[in-house]
Design a protein around this ligand. Structure first.
Ligand code: GLN
Ligand code: ZN
Length: 755
């Protein structure tokens, strides 16, 4: 019995990679110094894994920005527009400049698109491939990292994104003919993989891992012909290491498993945490024969300690279904923080229930040992036991039982008509205003105790005054307080709700050098006191125009936290919803007539398999309605989502029963409005009229054109005018003219309607 992991956090214990990469971008350190930091971090990971007792150690899990980007560069998929980035540089410097240009763009050259890695909050860069792309082995990263490890005396298994996943995650480059798919490049790409495999073999690699998480999705699972082709070709190559094809984030499904079983690959990795049904699939294909099963049994996505006796009970019957079993994490440990040892402030009762990446290594090693020896060592690996009573709140449970579904709100047609005060094309924003250096400093000073609460609140009120005055001056209709007090839309609420805790060092890579510290939702959720009411009512006291109260919705609170696993997500979401329901009631009592419940992550948590969508949407929608259905008829409920591919969830958006939904649409040119109309969406809609992710100031004319386009499908009373997301990452030099142009565009369109 041996042990392994698919990957490990790569940013460094003190986020060294973030610091080094940012210093390199700023021109403060040369390429060689960045590379030295990279080499040190890799050595640190390999030694940590080896010292923990992990026997099969991966390499090439390190990345300067993103492993999908690495793969694109490795196989020469560098779009023409990035070539100029290397002008005037040579060698490594030129390589790095091109690489980071693809990740971050350069003056006038937009970067690759970035999107979520499956159903995680990690973002990858989307490769752009076209019929002219000539895949070839263009780099040596996996090889040089393998060689580095070998030089340190650590034998590793290089990890690559598999060809099917790489091609299915890529998008057709602009200009590719209609109907052309990146997957059409499969036969051109496979020789490049084969060449790499041969070189790795020549350098001494015994096994190479090819990650195919796309097999956990409906799209990937349906590509059995491509899967067969890929692994027949790679498996048939004369000169190659053993191949491990790893799937994760869900069950592989019997068809894909059958194909892999019949292929020449020697090892198959299954995620038995996110896809426990894979066990049934294994039985259905009558096991893997002589092949090795890499059994992902320790959760790579969550921070709870593994119930080791339960894992052993589940694993033991599998031993007969494969030639050999390797115990591992369910997916790369990239998605959890590095080391619980760094958290000194946690409640000991909670702490003993947690395992971060470093602790998960110990669990894997322990499970491996128990399987080899037939029993757990004395006193080790006991089950975590039930949730301590101190984490539970019987009052919350009783209230939720009594509430049931919550009554639906009455008369949405009248509500929708009333929402804009009867005015066509009402204007508003998504909530946050630019977080200036002053605002950030005030928050940091307050946290560090350098200023007292009174002074902090004075500064926040001054900021709110400024933001309100500016919005009045610009002429917006529904105002916001600007969210200056919030570090992050989830963490802010998590810090103020019982049942959540936050960590000091629990950083997880979100994209590139950006890391987040997801809160831990460990117990019953309750609201000890009002959270937003003070700031919102203060803002309202400064203006005669309506101010919108801003809240983060239950699904998003869960999506961006580590959530307890002892009860279904839906039950936890209801507890968050109840707290929000109370908050909204307090806002209404204080005279607030607009509330917005942001569900930025509604789409992200949508299960990878279609047959699970209905069950997910039921609890997701139910929790939103529970949060918002107590509102009076005169209150307008808004929601906001940060994406525009609504095809799959249009029905769900209608079912949320919000009066107004604002969404990202600037980049999809308002097509979404047609989709919504076609699907029979009848409520208020605020298709973002410009892209806040870009510093560019949109002109009145282009916003006007967008609005006129939207009016093809929506009547003016239901069309809201807003940017496509919060403004906190922009500065006022862009925001002010952009909002002025937006209000002017709405005014012109309104004047036409009246005339
Ligand atoms: N209200 C939040 C803001 O404006 C919404 C952020 C988001 O959707 N990501 O910042
Ligand atoms: Zn958004």
């Amino acid at each position: 019995m041996t042990t392994t992991v698919h990957g490990y956090p790569r940013i460094g214990p003190a986020r060294e990679l973030k610091r080094a990469a940012e210093a390199y971008w700023a021109g403060d350190i040369p390429a060689a110094e960045l590379d030295a930091v990279g080499a040190r971090l890799r050595r640190g990971v390999w030694t940590e894994l080896r010292d923990a007792g992990i026997e099969e150690i991966p390499s090439n899990t390190f990345s300067y920005y993103d492993h999908v980007l690495d793969t694109a560069v490795l196989f020469g998929a560098v779009p023409e527009r990035f070539r100029a980035a290397a002008d005037g540089a040579e060698g490594r410097e030129a390589e790095l400049r091109t690489y980071f240009a693809m990740a971050r763009g350069t003056e006038g050259v937009p970067p690759l698109e970035m999107t979520k890695w499956f159903d995680t909050n990690y973002h990858y860069l989307v490769p752009e491939l076209g019929p002219d792309t000539r895949p070839h082995l263009a780099g040596g990263k996996p090889l040089s990292e393998y060689v580095q490890a070998r030089g340190l005396g650590v034998e590793t298994r290089p990890v690559l994104v598999g060809p099917l996943t790489f091609l299915l995650l890529a998008k057709a480059a602009p200009g590719a003919p209609e109907g052309w798919r990146p997957l059409d490049l499969l036969d051109d790409l496979l020789p490049a993989y084969a060449e790499l495999l041969a070189r790795l073999k020549a350098a001494g690699a015994g096994v190479v891992q090819l990650d195919e998480p796309v097999l956990a999705t409906d799209e990937g699972g349906a590509e059995t012909a491509a899967l067969r082709r890929a692994y027949d070709v790679l498996g048939g190559a004369a000169d190659r290491p053993e191949l491990l094809v790893s799937t994760y984030f869900g069950a592989i499904g019997p068809d894909a498993l059958e194909v892999l079983k019949a292929s020449p690959v020697e090892r198959i990795g299954l995620d038995l945490v996110a896809g426990p049904e894979s066990v049934d699939d294994l039985v259905r294909v009558s096991g893997l024969g002589a092949k090795t099963l890499v059994a992902g049994v320790v959760d790579g996505r969550n921070v709870w300690r593994t119930d080791i006796p339960a894992v052993l009970a589940r694993l033991t019957p599998l031993l007969g279904l494969a030639g050999r079993v390797v115990v591992g994490g369910s997916c790369s440990l990239l998605h959890v923080p590095l080391d619980l040892g760094a958290e000194t402030g946690l409640d000991p009762l909670l702490r003993e229930r947690l395992a971060f990446a470093r602790q998960k290594l110990d669990e894997i090693v322990l499970i491996g040992r128990a399987l080899t020896e037939g029993a757990l060592p004395e006193g080790a690996g006991h089950a975590p036991g039930p949730v301590p009573a101190a984490f539970l709140d019987q009052r919350v449970r009783a209230r939720l039982d009594a509430l049931g579904e919550g009554r639906p709100r009455a008369g949405f047609e009248e509500r929708v008509a009333a929402a804009g005060g009867g005015r066509p094309l009402p204007t508003t924003t998504i909530g946050s205003f630019p977080q200036t250096a002053d605002v950030r400093r005030a928050r940091a000073d307050h946290r560090a105790g350098r200023i007292g609460t009174e002074e902090y609140e004075r500064r926040m009120r001054a900021e709110i005054d400024r933001v309100i005055a500016l919005q009045e001056d610009i002429g917006l209709d529904v105002l916001v307080h600007g969210e200056p007090e919030r570090n992050d839309m989830v963490q802010y609420f998590a810090e103020r709700l019982a049942g959540f805790t936050t960590t000091e060092h629990g950083w997880v890579q979100s994209y590139g050098t950006r890391c987040v510290r997801p809160p831990i939702l460990y117990g019953d959720v309750a609201r000890p006191e009002p959270i937003t009411v003070g700031w919102t009512t203060y803002a309202q006291s400064r203006t005669d125009r309506p101010v919108k109260g801003m809240l983060t919705g239950p699904v998003t609170m869960l999506a961006w936290s580590f959530v307890r696993t002892d009860q279904p997500l839906g039950a936890t979401a209801r507890q968050v919803a109840l707290a929000l329901r109370d908050e909204i009631a307090d806002l209404e009592r204080a005279g607030i007539r607009h509330v917005q419940v942001d569900e930025a992550a509604l789409r992200e948590l949508l299960p990878l398999r279609r047959d699970r969508h209905a069950a997910y949407l039921e609890w997701a929608i139910g929790s939103f309605r529970l949060a918002t259905s107590g509102t009076a008829a005169g209150t307008t409920v808004h929601t906001h989502m940060c994406y525009s591919e609504f095809g799959r969830i249009v029905g769900a958006i209608e079912a949320l029963d919000a009066d107004v939904t604002s969404v990202e649409a600037a980049r999809s040119h308002m097509e979404l409005v047609d989709d919504l109309a076609e699907a029979g969406y009848r409520r208020g809609i605020g298709p973002g009229v410009y892209d806040i992710h870009s510093p560019r100031v949109p002109s009145v004319e282009e916003i006007e054109a967008a609005l006129r386009g939207a009016l093809r499908a929506v009547d003016p009373a239901r069309l809201w005018v807003n940017p496509d997301c919060g403004l906190k990452t922009r500065d006022y030099a862009q925001v002010e003219p952009a909002l002025r142009n937006m209000v002017e565009a709405a005014r012109r369109v309104r004047a036409d309607l009246a005339g």
